[in-house]
Design a protein around this ligand. Structure first.
Ligand code: 16G
Length: 255
């Protein structure tokens, strides 16, 4: 790469440093492109490229005809531990909130339904369905859909779901999840979901499917849509146990 080709990266680095050190607070308007071009003695196209890079990283957002602004920092979630949304928000020093979108008891008749499959139920079983918009402070962060086997939570609807944690309610029935398996994939938001999350249609999101277990029994099937611009997951990785490593190499398991 020639020296000039990297100039936009230097500009992006300089602005990123100011954002990460919080010298530039969230929602601060950045200087205009011509002002930045003067400041960094670069062409406007180079400045535009630096800003596009920062936007891709989710560090800034732009408002048409107004300019570029510093984005809120991403909410980083540790994947090493099983936590409820409420516990996670409190741990992050944010106020957890919920807005109910849909709730009700459903009879699942389709034998192919993933809800039956993951909860280990037969066709015709009843499940409790809760669809919520989860908030961090006043900001929408996640659209969470959850299904629980009705038989295990007979008093469920007596609780105020707008203010109470679902995992806490599950705990009161003696079935608080103790472990879970989840997958994470990137998706783009449809019009309805984008509106709920205050984003534009087609914006990126992370879709998490989770099956949670209490003492080995499946007690929750959940599909969450996390805002792509506000979410970061962190995982701790250890060296593979020798025995497992040997097995993987000999069986050539793809991981
Ligand atoms: C988390 C769980 C979700 C669970 C919710 C309960 C993930 C990916 N999902 O969002 O499955 O339903 O917590 O939260 O971690 P609550 O107890 O605050 O209602």
């Amino acid at each position: 790469m020639s020296k000039n080709a990297g100039v936009y990266l230097d500009i992006a680095d300089a602005i990123r440093r100011d954002i990460v050190s919080q010298e530039l607070a969230p929602h601060t308007r950045l200087p205009s492109e011509p002002e930045l071009a003067v400041k960094y003695r670069a062409a406007r196209a180079t400045v535009r490229r630096a800003l596009a890079k920062l936007q891709d990283e989710g560090l800034i957002y732009s408002r048409q005809a107004v300019g570029s602004f510093v984005a809120e920092p991403r909410v980083e979630q540790d994947l090493d531990h099983l936590t409820s949304f409420t516990e996670f928000m409190v741990y992050r020093g944010m106020k957890p909130g919920s807005r109910l979108i849909e709730t009700g008891t459903q009879e699942v008749t389709d034998p192919e339904s993933p809800i039956l499959h993951y909860l280990g139920l037969r066709a015709g079983a009843k499940v409790l369905h809760i669809r919520r918009l989860r908030l961090g402070g006043r900001e929408p962060l996640v659209i969470a859909s959850t299904w629980l086997p009705e038989a295990r939570f007979p008093d469920f609807w007596q609780h105020d779901l707008a203010s109470k944690s679902v995992y806490e309610i599950m705990g009161e029935s003696g079935h608080k999840p103790t472990d879970a398996i989840q997958t994470i994939e990137s998706v783009t938001l449809n019009e309805v979901d984008a509106k709920l999350l205050a984003l534009s249609t087609g914006a990126p999101a992370l879709r998490i499917c989770r099956v949670a277990y209490a003492s080995g029994l499946p007690v929750e099937y959940a599909i969450d849509l996390y805002r792509g611009d506000r979410t970061k997951f962190r995982v701790r990785l250890g060296v593979l146990e020798k025995r497992l490593s040997a097995q993987i190499h000999s069986e050539q398991i793809a991981i």
